[in-house]
Design a protein around this ligand. Sequence first.
Ligand SMILES: Nc1ncnc2c1ncn2[C@@H]1O[C@H](COP(=O)(O)OP(=O)(O)OP(=O)(O)O)[C@@H](O)[C@H]1O
Ligand SMILES: [Mg+2]
Length: 364
Amino acid sequence: MENPFQFTGIATTPSFCNRKKECVDLTHYICNSQNVLLYSHRRFGKTSLLHKVLAELDDVTPYYIDLYGTTTVEEFITSVIQAITRKVSPVERAMSWLRDTLTRLTFQFSLDPISGLPVVNPTFHGGDQGPVLTELFGLMKSLSEKNRLAVVFDEFQEVTSYGDAAFEKRVRKEIQGHHRIAYVFSGSQRHLLSSMFGDTNRAFFKLAASYPLPKINTDHFISWAENLFVKGEKPIQESIVKEVVERCENHPMYVQEFLYHLWEEGLGNLGLDALEAAILERRTIEFINLFKGMTPNQKKAIKLVARSQGKGLFSARNLQSVGFTTPSQATRALNTLLIRDEVVHNGSWAIADPLFKRWILQLG
Ligand SMILES: Nc1ncnc2c1ncn2[C@@H]1O[C@H](COP(=O)(O)OP(=O)(O)OP(=O)(O)O)[C@@H](O)[C@H]1O
Ligand SMILES: [Mg+2]
């Protein structure tokens, strides 16, 4: 049996652990054409969960649109068109159908260099793309008349960088009248998403049910991992899996990374400490770059959170230990880290990435 653990890309069976409740909840929303905002910290498993849910839908046609890296309304429109036309073949049929419905654009096709499959490319003719958005969402509505749709916008926070104030209003106006489509907005930058959907002055206010993706619980990780190790005839002690999950604070990508190596190399004489050191070593460049990108006060603040384990952050002793002279310096730096999703504040302060925390703790 191949190593079932996978710490890059989308987790699929058998590397996908549980999430049964989340699958049921999201499926219900989708089948009832209820819009949802799915969010979590980075690498918590949103994309993997969405792919699983979409793959298992009955009687609802799924469209998955990855907005990662899009910076303009034109790129948004292109991503939607490509997601829709991927389901139509041959490509000539898709193009003639698009020419009839999206009258303001012209279309060409090229071959995707990776998959070799044809891809439709729209050409924009300058000016305001609002009317194109109206035609595009009109197209979605007409598609939904045949079959209910699930339209997933992954990395939805990217739309905040489009710099087009009318975009959000236009999208809201169009999708409000779609009663057979569930729009799923998914992303990881909480503060951007929560201000888009939670701020009374923003167009997306209350447009979707909020669904924060929880951590996978420890028992689910244990039974899933044990089962795979038994299948691979490499039984593993429950206590080891439990310790891995605890070290990783239930972060699925890191749990997979530890288990991947345990499958390949076993525990060895040096145990989990040595494995953790090797994983940290491989991520050093990533963590150095993250740390380098911080201001001196942010560096102090992140050390403060790591060292104090989130408790008593503002005690004179803790502040001084990292070099802060006033609490307000720490507050300002923490707020910026919070906005950048590097730290979390749920009652107490914590570092979002558990291994980055462990790396920070190694610093002097
Ligand atoms: N249900 C799951 N079971 C086990 N591992 C998972 C699960 N979901 C995700 N993972 C692990 O976490 C990694 C990240 O998952 P995924 O890309 O789905 O997260 P994400 O929240 O979409 O990340 P991003 O914030 O970067 O978009 C996967 O490569 C996989 O190792
Ligand atoms: Mg994702």
